[in-house]
Design a protein. Structure first.
Length: 379
């Protein structure tokens, strides 16, 4: 026989209370939902909220049946005594001890960390008292505010379910996040494991190196030698294809055997455009990003999008806390990338680079995980 668990009152900080949903919530709850119908349309689709009190209570009663059957735990989120939104655990599989979490907030309550604290409180209870072992959260990848909630708590994205949600005749890709009782709160992985291919859009993707990249990479570097060599000391060291090939194999071995870094080919419209890499990962969950791009492809946002994708991977999938970018003081195009992506300028390293026999300054930029995730709008 399945043990019954009542939905309890949960507190999630000062003036933030999660209260079990009840029939008398019908008027306030459905009025709030109706006021936010456009924001909720990505999840609810075409929905005509009931207009009368009687119809609202009828709909609420139908929704509460799953709660009464023990298949759902449903809370009203109250902030300072005001109804702010709702959160629930639904589709509970009792034997497997798993379920799904859904949530939404009224527009006037976003940006205050309410949902992040609410989700933490619900998961804490589900794992410690309800004895569930796995909770899944699904959100459209276009709904960055919703995706940011589990990401802020360190919950990792397991997959993207392509075209798995259909609303108003449109297919949506859904990000799937999973939290586990045996790793709650989530701990960063002992060794970062970057993904293979990062598809950014129809014309741009990042992929691992292959032996076939040696010749086109050499040609791209050699063609831009004067431009790249002004800022990158390793360019002048690669004086021939043979020297380049030897260095290429050496770095490939370091990546494959020692796992020291993750470097990607930037592929634009099917052709090699440059590289972007995550370097020097530390036990303190920090890493640096380096990059270069063919001169003829600049001004198209290619590297800004590529660096953004690597940061997203590093923070969301690898658990990195701090990302650093260093750029030559006179390399204005390179400096524009961290500035565009919301990095903070930490300072100048004087005479920190030696290129073509001359010392030059480096500008240091950084961004923290919470700052990166907050860019997508707090929930």
């Amino acid at each position: 026989m399945t043990e019954r668990f009542e939905t309890p009152i949960l507190t999630a900080g000062d003036s933030l209370v999660l209260r079990p949903a009840e029939l008398d919530d019908a008027e306030r709850f459905l009025s709030l939902a109706a006021d936010n119908i456009e924001r909720l349309s990505h999840a609810l689709g075409v929905w005509d909220p009931p207009k009368t009190v009687e119809d609202r209570r009828k709909l609420m009663a139908e929704d509460l049946i799953s709660v009464q059957n023990g298949d759902r735990h449903w809370w009203m989120i109250e902030s300072g005594g005001q109804l702010a939104g709702a959160i629930d655990i639904h589709r509970i599989h009792h034997r497997a001890r798993q379920g799904f979490v859904g949530y939404w907030l009224g527009s006037e309550f976003t940006g205050q960390g309410i949902m992040t604290r609410s989700l933490r409180a619900v998961i804490d209870w589900a794992f410690t008292r309800r004895k569930l072992i796995r909770l899944e959260i699904q959100s459209s990848i276009e709904n960055r505010a919703s995706c940011a909630v589990p990401e802020r708590l360190g919950i990792r994205r397991e997959s993207i379910r392509r075209q798995s949600h259909v609303i108003k005749d449109r297919d949506y890709d859904m990000a799937s996040y999973a939290a586990f009782a045996d790793n709650w709160p989530p701990k960063p992985p002992e060794k970062p494991l970057p993904v293979g291919i990062l598809t950014i859009d129809n014309e741009l993707r990042l992929r691992p190196f292959s032996d076939d990249d040696q010749r086109p990479m050499w040609e791209a570097i050699d063609e831009a030698r004067d431009y790249l060599g002004e800022f990158l000391p390793w360019v002048d060291q690669q004086t021939s294809f043979e020297r380049h090939s030897s260095e290429f194999r050496k770095r490939q071995l370091e990546r494959d055997v020692f796992g020291r870094e993750a470097t990607y080919i930037v592929e634009y419209q099917g052709k090699l455009a440059g590289t972007v890499g995550l370097h020097r990962p530390s036990p303190q969950n920090s890493a640096e990003i380096g990059y270069w791009l063919r001169k003829d492809l600049q001004g198209r946002g290619i590297m800004t999008r590529s660096v953004g994708a690597v940061i997203e991977m590093a923070i969301v999938q690898m658990g990195m806390h701090r990302i650093v970018i260093r750029a030559g003081t006179s390399n204005l195009r390179s400096r524009e990338i961290p500035e565009r992506l919301g990095f903070k300028h930490e300072g100048t390293l004087r005479d920190a680079a030696l290129v073509r026999g001359e010392y030059s300054d480096l500008e240091v930029y950084s961004i923290l995980d919470r700052e990166w995730l907050a860019r997508s709008s707090n929930a």
